[in-house]
Design a protein. Structure first.
Length: 229
């Protein structure tokens, strides 16, 4: 039997896309209409944002652990979190977690290596792109990580937090991402990490100036592979 996947959700749109991907792509591995058992728990996004605004990552980790414990009690075998930003708290989470996790940045870095990239662009919330989360995971595999410029970080963050997490998708937002990704392409990037799980709702291989590393779907697919291994 496939393993039971536990999803520690944070923002609704990203968690929903991850869940849908697991359910719809499970059929390719398990047969028509089939997918592994999936359970999700999420606190209100507001409960996460308060400590994030203050850089209190241990508090963020406590929320993630509380979700992990609930999912463990109902039978999940392992955990994923379709939110890049709160992975900054993983150092507080992993040593105390009742279940193992797949790490979203490790999954993305592995795919970048598989594709043969050496230099990738990063997009995401300002907390994510200003952290060492992706540079460290990519650097461990010999890859360079290029971040948006400070004004671009603010623009991306506004689009994510004021629009995408509320399910608002505007052509102007697509154009902004295209402009920023295009500039980083000019710096020699071979692909772009969609390092916020909502970004794939507006940016994809068809409209991006660079091939995308879709963190949401890559994590979901890694969870599927683990569940059926």
């Amino acid at each position: 039997m496939p393993q039971h996947i536990g999803i520690v959700g944070c923002s609704a749109e990203g968690a929903a896309l991850c869940y849908r991907t697991i359910c719809t792509e499970g059929a390719a591995l398990l047969g028509p209409h089939a997918h592994p058992e999936v359970s999700m728990h999420t606190f209100s996004l507001a409960e996460y944002m308060e400590p994030i605004y203050h850089g209190e990552w241990e508090t963020v980790g406590a929320l993630m652990l509380a979700s992990a414990e609930k999912l463990a009690r109902i039978g999940a075998d392992f955990l994923i979190c379709p939110d890049n930003t709160i992975h900054q708290a993983m150092g507080f989470v992993a040593p105390r977690s009742p279940l193992p996790w797949l790490h979203i940045a490790e999954v993305v870095a592995d795919e970048a290596v598989r594709r043969g990239y050496g230099r990738v662009a990063l997009t995401g919330t300002k907390w994510l792109v200003e952290s060492e989360l992706y540079p460290e995971k990519l650097g461990e595999r010999g890859l360079a990580c290029i971040r948006p410029q400070p004004d671009e970080r603010e623009e991306i963050n506004r689009i994510i937090m004021d629009e995408l997490v509320y399910g608002v998708f505007r052509p102007e937002a697509v154009a902004a991402f295209q402009r920023i990704i295009g500039r980083m392409k000019g710096e020699g990037c071979e692909g772009v990490i969609l390092g916020c799980t909502e970004i794939p709702l507006i940016i994809n291989d068809d409209n991006a100036p660079l091939p995308v590393l879709d963190s949401t779907r890559l994590l979901a697919r890694a969870a599927l592979r683990k569940a059926v291994a």
